[in-house]
Design a protein around this ligand. Structure first.
Ligand code: NAP
Length: 245
């Protein structure tokens, strides 16, 4: 039986790498895309291969429409189609609104939100043709509840929820599910430089009293990609240790 291929954006490190490695161990072939060159993603690529997956690495910037088009073209050439898309790539450029520059706003919107459009727009026609597919996008608790200093980031993560629900309605009849995962605070390079005071304040608001791991998020993504989630669409799955209670 041919393995299904899953494309994960921003998968050289952090949560994306953990999603790639987890799915590689669950009998999927893996397409890793990231802005960084292939040699810097070797660790993730090798771990996926060790788990038995065929791996295609494509250096690709999700904020570029043509770069996503090329990534999808190469993926379909290699694997014959794309069963799953994980829109994981994301950046932060935090500042209070009054101090936020236009560049900080535009960068975050281009990567986090337009990136989801860019990659989905090129992948969906192939899923429609196959009459099957899974799209999972990384939102955030910041997109549900807001977060001071993150008007740009929160807007993109709230936008992903609207995108997810709308696209789920558009493509459900074609056998495609579209869902989002909303992580709370997860230990990755993105949160590594938070000031100690912010870490303590965030931890105090988490019911389970600790940050989550990339594996906690990868487990949720893997479930939504799997056959076990075949009747779940347009859902936002919070994985936040009870932070949102
Ligand atoms: P991360 O460690 O910073 O990883 C993000 C990955 O995306 C990096 O490999 C990064 O490459 C890549 N990337 C950045 N810009 C890109 C672009 N234009 N095109 C393609 N790839 C790009 O972040 P993470 O913590 O794993 O976060 C993954 C996702 O989860 C993000 O969408 C994030 O918003 C979301 N999330 C994370 C948390 C958390 O607590 N960590 C909480 C809620 C939601 P470089 O390293 O070269 O920049």
């Amino acid at each position: 039986m041919n393995k299904k291929a899953v494309l994960i954006t921003g998968a050289a490190g952090g949560i994306g790498a953990c999603v790639a490695e987890t799915l590689a161990g669950e009998r999927y072939n893996i397409i890793i895309t990231d802005v960084i060159p292939e040699e810097k993603a070797e660790n993730t690529i090798n771990k996926c291969k060790e788990k038995g997956a065929e791996v295609l690495y494509i250096q690709s910037d999700v904020s570029s429409y043509s770069s996503c088009e090329e990534a999808v073209k190469q993926s379909v050439e290699k694997f014959g189609g794309i069963y799953g898309l994980v829109n994981n790539a994301g950046i932060i450029k935090d500042a209070l609104l009054m101090r936020m520059t236009e560049e900080q706003w535009d960068n975050v919107i281009s990567v986090n939100l337009k990136g989801v459009f860019n990659m989905s727009h090129h992948v969906v026609p192939h899923m429609v043709k196959a009459k099957a597919g899974r799209i999972v996008s990384l939102s955030s608790v910041a997109g549900i509840y807001g977060n001071a200093g993150q008007t740009n980031y929160s807007s993109t993560k709230a936008g992903i929820i609207g995108f997810t629900k709308s696209l789920a309605k558009e493509v459900g009849a074609r056998g495609i599910t579209v869902n989002a995962v909303a992580p709370g605070f997860i230990e990755t390079p993105m949160t590594a430089n938070l000031p100690q005071k912010a870490v303590e304040e965030a931890t105090s608001r988490i019911s389970l009293k600790s940050f989550g791991s990339a594996q906690d998020i990868a487990n949720a993504v893997s479930f939504l990609i799997s056959d076990k989630a075949s009747y779940i669409s347009g859902h936002v799955l919070s994985v936040d240790g009870g932070m949102s209670l």
